[in-house]
Design a protein around this ligand. Structure first.
Ligand code: NDP
Length: 450
């Protein structure tokens, strides 16, 4: 491994450096590629950003914590998982970003998410740095007691590194209100402090109204702006949403309320196709199925006599595609199929659900495409508002928080339009990356070589 020093500022050199350091971290390289592809041409024109090892510092996390999480299952067996917290960049504020519990979790995935989070948080305009964490623990099929014991053991280690002005985790895949509750309870017990150290908390103990809905709602507020900018609207559009978890559920709810017809949702087993559209009542069935019964999306097809297929939903015709499940779920072939079938807009609810090749297909086919760091920033934005309410010991109304969310999503859209303007229209990838970068870079330069 070499010293972290670039000979020239080029995308190739930045990627070479990242690959030399961590050859196996493919998701992290992919995220660096996605951001730096837009940022490198910009900094070639703004030479001040080529100084002080800025790029070298930007692609190296400030701190990585990895730890053992031992826990006992219901049969009395000892089990061991691995825990992570990557504190990527604190130029703009305390580290902020979710915790993911999923068997696929590894250091590469957490670093990619934390890196992305840094620029996303910058775009929200709130004083938040970037971080992310999680574990390769698989919550699927675990009892409530097992989930609680795991969360407590996870926090027994994590509590040393987080605090309300230092690092404030939230939920992500596999970490919802139940898990945040167990994590918060253990933090409180270990520190004897009741502070806003986690967001996504229950409303009874410091959670913010709209946090539960924020990522999905924010996604639709962003899509509305994109479509209006291009003389289109959501009303009457056919929408496919992947996933059926937190983001997918509230994206579906807002899409239905805005007059769209949601025809498909999914989980890791496959997708349902309901040609009549999922209405609010059917969506309530999905929410109960997933959140309370912890069931599978296939049961929707049994309940409403519609199709269920294994695999991904992207071969079905639609006007708007909202990937809300996981990274790299839309690959080049999926993107080609969507474009062939006439999709007009793809907006990411998940983090990096489209591969670089898929994004290229969308750009070439003139499909409006929004990267997650812009379109799914509503979740972390309301988490930022939850932190503000906690520190002031206040609780704002649903309407108040929702209004602020709309405002934040509109502002993010404006920033993308300002920095992503091209002859062919708005390039949202370029706009989001450059707008996110400028604020972080300026703060890093101002704070010296740290
Ligand atoms: P949930 O755990 O609530 O839901 C995840 C959904 O995606 C489930 O339906 C799950 O299916 C499905 N899924 C997970 N992994 C895979 C896979 N490998 N293949 C197919 N389907 C899969 O998570 P969230 O809704 O919170 O998060 C979804 C995405 O949104 C993630 O990328 C997350 O990083 C991103 N995000 C979340 C935010 C939030 O506020 N929660 C904020 C910003 C981004 P199954 O039940 O079968 O596992």
């Amino acid at each position: 491994m070499s010293d972290l020093k670039l000979s020239t500022i080029s995308l190739k050199d930045i990627l070479r450096l990242a690959k030399e350091r961590d050859p196996d971290q493919t998701e992290f390289h992919q995220a660096i590629h996605e951001v730096m592809e837009s940022v490198v041409p910009f900094i070639k024109e703004h030479k001040n950003y080529q100084q002080a090892g800025l790029i070298e510092r930007l692609i190296e996390p400030e701190r990585v914590v990895m730890f053992r999480v031992p826990w006992e299952d219901d049969d009395g067996n000892y089990r061991v998982n691995r825990g992570f917290r990557v504190q990527f960049n604190s130029a703009l504020g305390p580290y902020k970003g979710g915790l993911r519990f999923h068997p696929s979790v590894n250091l590469s995935i957490i670093k990619f998410l934390a890196f992305e989070q840094t620029f996303k948080n910058s775009l929200t305009g709130l004083p938040l740095g970037g971080g992310k964490g999680g574990s390769d623990f698989n919550p699927r099929g675990k009892s409530d007691g097992e989930i609680m014991r795991f969360c407590q053991s996870f926090m027994n280690e994590l509590f040393r590194y987080i605090a309300s002005d230092t690092d404030v985790p939230a939920g992500d895949i596999g970490v919802g209100e139940r898990e945040v509750g167990y994590l918060f309870g253990q933090y409180k017990r270990l520190t004897a402090e009741f502070t806003g150290v986690l967001t996504g908390k229950g409303l009874a103990y410091g959670g913010s109204k709209v946090r539960l809905q924020a990522t999905g709602f924010g996604l639709l507020y962003f899509v509305k702006e994109m479509l209006e900018q291009h003389d289109e609207s959501i009303d009457g559009k056919k929408v496919i949403i992947s996933g059926s978890g937190n983001v997918a559920q509230f994206a579906a709810q807002k899409a239905i309320d805005m007059g769209a017809k949601v025809i498909s949702m999914s989980d890791s087993d496959g997708y349902i196709l309901d040609k009549d559209g999922i209405d609010r009542e059917k969506l309530d069935f999905i929410k109960t199925l997933k959140n309370e019964k912890r069931g599978r999306i296939k049961e929707y097809a049994d309940e409403y006599s519609c199709e269920f297929s294994e695999g991904k939903p992207w071969n079905q015709p639609c006007d708007i595609a909202l990937p809300c499940a996981t990274q790299n779920e839309i690959e080049e072939e999926d993107a080609k199929k969507l474009a062939e079938n006439g999709v007009i807009c793809v907006a990411e609810g998940a983090n990096m659900p489209c591969t670089d090749a898929a994004v290229k297909v969308f750009h070439e086919a003139d499909v409006l495409y929004a990267p997650g760091k812009a379109s799914n920033a509503g979740g972390v934005a309301v988490s930022g508002l939850e932190m503000s309410q906690n520190s002031k010991r206040l609780s704002w109304s649903f309407e108040d928080v929702d209004e602020r969310l709309v405002d934040i999503m509109q502002t993010i859209h404006e920033k993308c339009a300002e920095h992503g303007e091209e002859k062919e229209g708005i390039n949202y990838v370029k706009g989001a990356n450059i707008a996110g970068f400028i604020k972080v870079a300026d703060a890093m330069m101002a704070q010296g070589h740290v």
